[in-house]
Design a protein around this ligand. Structure first.
Ligand code: PEP
Ligand code: MG
Length: 312
């Protein structure tokens, strides 16, 4: 009954009643960026910078990093791009860093935690990102992975701003960070929820373990509840709450996420068109209603089913 004429994706992410929900792409290379522009993405919500480090025997210097990032940013000149700082450590070891052996790599020194011991690594990367922003003309923000507390968010924001980055955010992918979203949002300009890791840590279920895929399902109501808490915290201070995990690429779930207060969705390029079109099919209130039903569902399957019915 509420369907509108937006039968397809016109390149501007919004609900049928014009509530903006940006449709962005996840990229990790210049090839990804080109594909994302062709798909009509409004910008980049997650640029994974790991590629620059993971094969390297020595830390790549500022000029090397700057050139590599600028190549990925160039197709998005004049558009927003969120660059994520290095998300390595533990199961993604760096050849030039001796990080020791950890019995539980997913719970170890990874993401931003690497920078607490080696802040010089972060400062070098920030300098390279700021340079690549100038070279490419993209509207660059940076965000940190694996942040657990508001303190960590503030520490990162201060360093990034000192390095010349104006817009700073952090990922919400540790349950403690979701529970501290209001405090974290006092320290940063935006947050982006990494549903892949957030699900893994909420359900105590290794994201690589196929046998546990049912728990790592982004439709799990407990995960949606946490996302809703972050969305509400963002709404209260009028700061952007994104989702950049796999959850963002499911067109039905996209509406539910918008209903939970998420204001940008970042996904692999092939999903852009379908997600943009799905958002345009209903007004925000319908997505809020769908979100409430999904939150109350007893299982991921039931949440998926009730949403499909509500949004049919
Ligand atoms: C996530 O955890 O959801 C995420 C987007 O980051 P990555 O998949 O790179 O860990
Ligand atoms: Mg992650």
């Amino acid at each position: 009954a509420e369907r509108t004429e937006h039968a397809d994706w016109d390149g501007v992410g919004r609900t049928a009643d014009d509530a903006p929900v940006k449709v962005l792409a996840n990229v990790g290379s210049a090839t990804d960026s080109t594909a994302a522009v062709e798909a009509g993405a409004q910008g980049v919500g997650l640029f994974r910078t790991e590629f620059c480090y993971l094969g390297a025997d020595e830390e790549p210097d500022v000029a090397t990093q700057r050139a590599a990032y600028a190549e990925v940013l160039a197709p998005f000149a004049g558009k927003p791009v969120v660059v994520r700082t290095l998300d390595a450590g533990a199961d993604k070891p760096l050849a030039f860093l001796d990080m020791g052996v950890e019995p539980n790599p997913a719970l170890g020194v990874r993401g931003l935690r690497v920078a607490f011991d080696r802040p010089d690594l972060l400062d070098t990367q920030i300098e390279a990102i700021a340079g690549a922003a100038q070279d490419s003309g993209a509207e660059v923000s940076v965000m940190a992975p694996m942040v657990a507390t508001a303190d960590e968010a503030a520490w990162f924001a201060e360093r990034a701003r000192a390095g010349g980055i104006d817009r700073v955010g952090v990922m919400i992918e540790v349950p403690a960070a979701a529970l501290s979203a209001a405090e974290i949002l006092q320290a940063v300009d935006f947050v982006s929820i990494g549903t892949n890791d957030l699900a893994q840590y909420v359900f105590a279920a290794d994201r690589m373990a196929g046998a546990l895929a049912g728990l790592n399902d982004p439709w799990q109501p407990a995960l949606l509840r946490l996302i809703g808490m972050v969305g509400e915290a963002g709404r209260l201070v009028d700061k952007s709450v994104g989702v950049c995990g796999e959850a963002a690429s499911d067109p039905h779930l996209a509406g539910v996420l918008a209903g939970l207060g998420v204001t940008s969705l970042s996904m692999n390029a092939p999903a852009v068109r379908a997600v943009g079109a799905a958002l345009a099919q209903h007004p925000l209130d319908t997505f809020r209603k769908a979100a409430r039903a999904a939150l109350e569902a007893p299982s991921a399957a039931a949440a998926r089913h009730t949403t499909k019915t509500t949004l049919a």
